[in-house]
Design a protein around this ligand. Structure first.
Ligand SMILES: N[C@@H]1[C@@H](O)[C@H](O)[C@@H](COP(=O)(O)O)O[C@@H]1O
Length: 382
């Protein structure tokens, strides 16, 4: 009998669908944000943990920066397992227990690491919030408050649409909390809100220009055997997520660095075969440093240096991607991850790697609880 399973949306299909879910998150905020926003408005959280694994770990790092900036809380983003086994949330005793909040991010709500961390936080008496796309998940059960992601279920393993949408949704929630707690004026709120609306409107252009950049350079990309991606400031997590996406799909060695850290250590590993991607985002000092590093890398190591930017005066060759649109510093991680998602998706398509198919054949040891999604409800080792 022919399988009636519906064809999965491709990886590039998810990326091209991202502007739609961002617009939805902008418009339908009253449907998802109330419990989360109320929790922040009615509690005096002074320290907030942002926990998640894999792509959700990088989501947590970006959202930590947003919340520290907009809500003036102490923020920590760390691996959930570090939190569970090694973290003391209140070492100097300056906080009351109820001033500490632990947020677990997991699109499917079944990552063991994130569930264990939220369970531990709850047992230790901290306020807990679960953030998932999947309804009625294990994570949701464990937390005091639940927040639903409106990214819609990703149909394939490598997460893209959910990464961008989660950051966007938490920006919308953070500015609402800031407004209600009077941390920003009405005028500031409207400015921050308008920037979110503009980004959702412009994201199609960002995807299109990323695809054009890929097509322009794809013959060169096909020769790539190893690479490194560097970012700084708000876009340090972007470098880490881009590296994860590229490595989890194309599988050729790739490192992700904070830009200055890339100058400390890996130099012996670099030669003419390296491809170096530089995210030239906001930050005058760091941008000036990048303008020094790009010609240096080209002179000393490799011609394969690619600059991704919205800034003026830094992209100079066809290898570089200069976006025709820009966004605020806070929202820029949403924009800068797109070219790397596109690169990962299209190079896999072109070279015969099927990102719809999981590479994992045996799941008797897993990072997720057993589920019908992973077809590992029976725990028999195979
Ligand atoms: N390979 C996937 C990652 O891409 C994903 O980011 C992670 C966390 O998933 P979730 O956000 O559902 O907890 O799970 C798996 O390891």
């Amino acid at each position: 009998m022919r399988s009636m399973e519906k064809e999965k949306l491709s990886m590039i299909g998810h990326i091209q669908d991202t502007p739609r879910v961002l617009k939805k998150a902008y418009t339908l905020r009253d449907e998802y944000m109330n419990d989360f926003v109320d929790a922040f408005v009615s509690h005096d959280f002074k320290k907030v943990y942002f926990l998640g694994s894999g792509t959700s770990n990088h989501v947590s790092m970006v959202i930590k920066n947003l919340f520290v900036d907009l809500l003036h809380v102490e923020g920590v983003a760390c691996a959930p397992t570090i939190f569970t086994n090694h973290e003391n949330p209140n070492p100097s005793g300056v906080f009351k227990k109820e001033q500490i909040c632990v947020i677990g991010f997991s699109q499917h709500g079944d990552s063991i690491s994130t569930c264990e961390a939220v369970k531990k936080a709850s047992e230790d008496g901290y306020f807990t919030i679960a953030v998932t796309e999947q309804l009625d998940s294990a994570l949701q059960e464990l937390a005091d408050v639940y927040c639903h992601l409106v990214c819609e279920e990703e149909e394939i393993g490598p997460e893209t649409r959910g990464y961008t949408e989660t950051i966007y949704q938490f920006y919308i929630q953070a500015i609402e909390i800031a407004r209600r707690k009077k941390l920003i004026s009405e005028a500031e709120f409207h400015q921050l809100d308008a920037e979110a609306e503009a980004l959702a409107d412009n994201l199609e252009i960002v995807v299109k220009e990323s695809v054009d950049w890929y097509n322009r350079n794809k013959q060169e990309f096909y020769q790539m055997t190893k690479s490194s991606i560097a970012g700084y400031g708000y876009n340090y997590p972007t470098a880490l997520e881009s590296r994860l996406k590229f490595f989890e799909t194309y599988s050729r060695p790739c490192t992700g660095y904070e830009m200055e850290e890339q100058m400390h250590g890996p130099m012996r590993a670099y030669n003419q075969d390296n491809y170096i991607f530089m995210i030239a985002s906001e930050g005058q000092k760091e941008l000036n440093r990048l303008k020094e590093l790009v010609p240096y890398y080209k002179d000393v190591f490799t011609e394969h240096v690619f600059v991704i930017t919205c800034e003026e005066g830094v992209a100079s060759t066809d290898r570089d991607l200069k976006f025709s649109v820009r966004t605020s510093d806070l929202l820029s991680p949403i924009l800068y991850v797109i070219p790397f998602q596109v690169l990962s998706a299209l190079i896999c398509e072109d070279t015969g790697i099927d990102t719809k198919v999981s590479p994992i054949k045996k799941r008797y040891v897993s990072s997720h609880y057993p589920s019908s999604r992973h077809k590992n409800l029976s725990q028999d080792p195979q």
